[in-house]
Design a protein. Structure first.
Length: 344
């Protein structure tokens, strides 16, 4: 699968990134790359467009240790035009999974050529792994002392190989600022949508999700995909309670109210909820309220107090605390950045 130069590249055939002003994404591929994971960044970031003028918001290039043919784990190869020079110019580097990690997977050690490639990363660039791509960035030392995740089936091995990493095997992705790691396979979609949401707001991310025909936000974590023996032939669902709560985010909902919607005790409901969604009812409710507050801050001119009430936080101080914890910014700062009338 070769990539042909675009017409607007003809005047600068040696350039890697050709569109000043766009966020530059380099997808770093190795032999044995899994085609599904390889295609996720292009599909998600490539569909992110400005709501005002429909311009593309990211420029994406694929690179390898050297330009040329790269094996995949399928019955076809790909051809990449760029080598490690693309890493030096990228704002974000995405490392998809590969089935040929060799000593990286067995011993946690980078080869000299991979160590040299990681040394080319631009200072301040964001690094993102998809699935077992996390082994590469951990071997490069980028995850030492930091939280991270990987495919659930490799999580124990990952933790043994990299004891300084704080591994969370239950989540779909971990955002630790300039380094993000995602769980297996399709969780790469989740982390890339999260990045679009972080960079350009909920409205842009939701539009990408619609074009890609995926949910803008998946419930729970990867714990729900791990096969475990069920204690009963069939578990009751908590879906009705969740749907009921989403229509009443502005109300002061209690755990007992949610449990009553499913005719369960609070204890049983809490256990079933965590088994089904991957988090506690309280954490889930807070996440949904944060997302609703973000939407209101982006798309309306409601005052901060009104947004806090409609999102179910009650007071601006309470909302400020939760947004600061989830996003690292205050409601006012978030609005200045992402309000539809404030974007370039």
């Amino acid at each position: 699968m070769a990539v042909s130069p675009r017409p607007d590249d003809a005047d600068d055939p040696g350039a890697v990134f050709r569109h000043p002003g766009r966020h530059r994404v380099a997808v770093f591929v190795l032999p044995g790359v899994i085609p599904f994971e390889l295609g996720i960044p292009l599909r998600i970031f490539g569909n992110a467009r400005s709501a005002e003028d429909d311009r593309k918001l990211y420029e994406i290039v694929t690179c390898g240790v050297t330009p040329g043919r790269v094996r995949t784990d399928a019955d076809f190869d790909i051809v990449v035009e760029h080598g490690v020079e693309a890493l030096a110019e990228a704002d974000t580097v995405v490392v998809p999974a590969s089935h040929e990690l060799g000593p990286v997977f067995t011993d946690g050690v980078l080869s000299p050529e991979l160590a040299a490639a990681f040394a080319r990363f631009r200072p301040g660039a964001r690094t993102v792994s998809i699935c077992t791509g996390s082994f590469l960035i951990a071997a490069a030392g980028l995850l030492d002392g930091r939280p991270a995740t990987t495919h659930w089936s490799s999580a124990d091995h990952f933790q043994r190989l990299f004891p300084r990493v704080k591994v969370d095997p239950d989540v779909l992705y971990v955002d630790d600022g300039d380094v993000l790691t995602s769980a297996g396979v399709a969780a790469g979609i989740d982390v890339c949508l999260h990045i679009v949401r972080r960079d350009f707001g909920t409205a842009v991310a939701n539009a990408v999700a619609r074009r890609t025909v995926v949910p803008p936000h998946r419930e729970g974590g990867q714990a729900q995909f791990i096969r475990r023996p069920l204690p009963e032939p069939q578990l009751a669902s908590t879906e009705r309670a969740r749907s009921w709560a989403l229509d009443r985010l502005h109300e002061p909902l209690t755990l007992r109210q949610l449990a009553e919607r499913e005719s369960m005790s609070v204890r049983t409901f809490t256990r079933r909820f965590r088994e089904e969604v991957g988090t506690s009812p309280g954490q889930w409710l807070t996440q949904r309220r944060v997302e609703h507050a973000r939407h209101l801050l982006e798309s309306t001119d409601l005052g901060i107090d009104a947004v806090a009430r409609q999102a179910g936080f009650g007071t601006a101080a309470c909302m400020r605390q939760h947004l600061q914890a989830a996003l690292g910014v205050s409601p006012s700062t978030y609005r200045r950045t992402f309000h539809v009338t404030a974007r370039p």
